[in-house]
Write a protein that binds this ligand. Structure first.
Ligand SMILES: *Cc1c(COP(=O)(O)O)cnc(C)c1O
Length: 369
């Protein structure tokens, strides 16, 4: 978890100047009031004892899971047609669990390939079924072919490619259910659930701490798991048991619950979406106005609001750029290992102050060299 303030005090005008802002994509910053809430919960959570040793078999934990589920449904407008599961194993486990739970009688699954994570998901699915890759075209997006729903179980898409900064503002229209990896843009965009078979997100990037993966599954797709699927990873079994087949990640649930509470108080999904859009626009505007120094990676229509990826025009400048970042009190701008370049994550908890500092660095570096 990247904490953007000293651990013993919330940020204030006095401390902010000394704060290093971290932009790494692997773990987003949590808002200061959320960190305070969680710190208090470590001593006592709603009169039930420490959040660190809340027994999952007790009523308090049931209440925590009910409340988190209800908040998630309210914020994301998840309809009754879909169930919400709280699982472990990260988004990478879902790369296997989506085909294992959804293939049923179908022998095929389709994958829209937009970058690093969608490719990883497709490769993993290839161990369980035949996969059909749908290619991405930088200019026009994707031409999604018509699929026979009896043969092709789902179309998998990665709504935001964290490594190469490509975001699908509109999800593809198709004849089969969508399976969406929303790990790096969940809770920053509206979802049309009518087209979604399953959506999943590991919570640690955009809004929480490692340990919790949220899966939203259309109820009529439950019950298709292969017999060999472990019970803890069978969507239908977890759905029937309120995600309590075994010990759930209680502390990660407490953190996600606190973030959802903060989101609701701050105006809900539309407020998050507007703020993320506004902050990303500030950064892209500087990148564009300093076009002789920087080049955004994704084509303009698909530029990610949460994973801002760019390269320096002069490769020789890279080391100096990271030095300048350090001098500005900025860390975590190194791009994904497979993609290279630079990247600034702009998640739900990213502050205006952090973005302001980043824009200052970008224009200073471009102008002074
Ligand atoms: C980070 C990431 C993953 C992998 O998440 P884990 O929880 O580490 O397995 C998968 N998909 C996307 C889009 C990611 O950004």
């Amino acid at each position: 978890m990247a904490v953007s303030s000293p651990t013993d005090a919330p940020p204030s005008a006095a401390t902010e100047a000394n704060t290093t802002f971290d932009f790494s994509a692997a773990a987003g910053p949590l808002p200061a009031p959320v960190i305070e809430r969680i710190a208090a919960a470590c001593h006592d959570w709603r009169g039930c004892g420490s959040a660190l040793c809340l027994p999952f078999s007790g009523e308090a934990c049931r209440e925590l899971m009910r409340d988190t589920r209800a908040r998630m449904c309210r914020v994301l407008a998840i309809p009754e047609t879909h169930d919400v599961l709280f699982l472990q194993g990260g988004a990478s486990a879902q790369f296997s669990l989506v085909p294992l739970n959804l293939l049923g009688q179908a022998a095929l699954a389709a994958y829209l390939v937009t970058g690093h994570w969608s490719r990883r998901a497709m490769e993993e699915a290839g161990r369980y079924c035949e996969v059909r890759a749908v290619d991405w075209n930088d200019a026009s997006g994707a031409e999604v072919p018509w699929f026979d729903a009896r043969r092709v179980a789902y179309l998998h898409v990665t709504s935001n490619e964290t490594a190469n900064g490509l975001q699908l503002r509109e999800l593809p229209r198709t004849s089969i259910p969508l399976a969406i990896d929303m790990t790096s843009d969940v809770l920053t965009r509206r979802v049309d659930w009518s087209s979604v078979g399953v959506a999943y997100a590991a919570m640690q990037k955009a809004i929480g701490v490692p340990g919790l993966t949220v899966v939203v599954i259309r109820r009529d797709l439950l019950g298709r798991a292969r017999p060999a699927v472990p019970r803890v990873f069978d969507y239908a079994v977890q759905s029937a048991n309120d995600s309590r087949v075994n010990t759930p990640p209680v502390f990660a649930l407490i953190v996600t619950n606190a973030v959802l509470e903060w989101i609701e108080a701050a105006g809900g999904l539309s407020a998050m979406s507007t703020a993320v859009e506004r902050r990303s626009r500030c950064v892209y505007r500087v990148l564009e106005s300093c076009a002789s120094a920087y080049l955004p990676v994704a084509p303009a229509a698909f530029r990610s609001r949460t994973s801002i990826c760019f390269t320096l025009r002069r490769v020789a400048d890279v080391a100096r750029f990271f030095e300048a970042a350090k001098a500005h009190g900025i860390s975590g701008l190194t791009g994904h290992a497979d993609a290279g370049g630079c990247r600034a994550a702009n998640y739900v908890g990213t502050s205006d102050a952090a973005i302001h500092r980043l824009c200052g660095l970008l224009s200073d570096f471009a102008n002074r060299g």
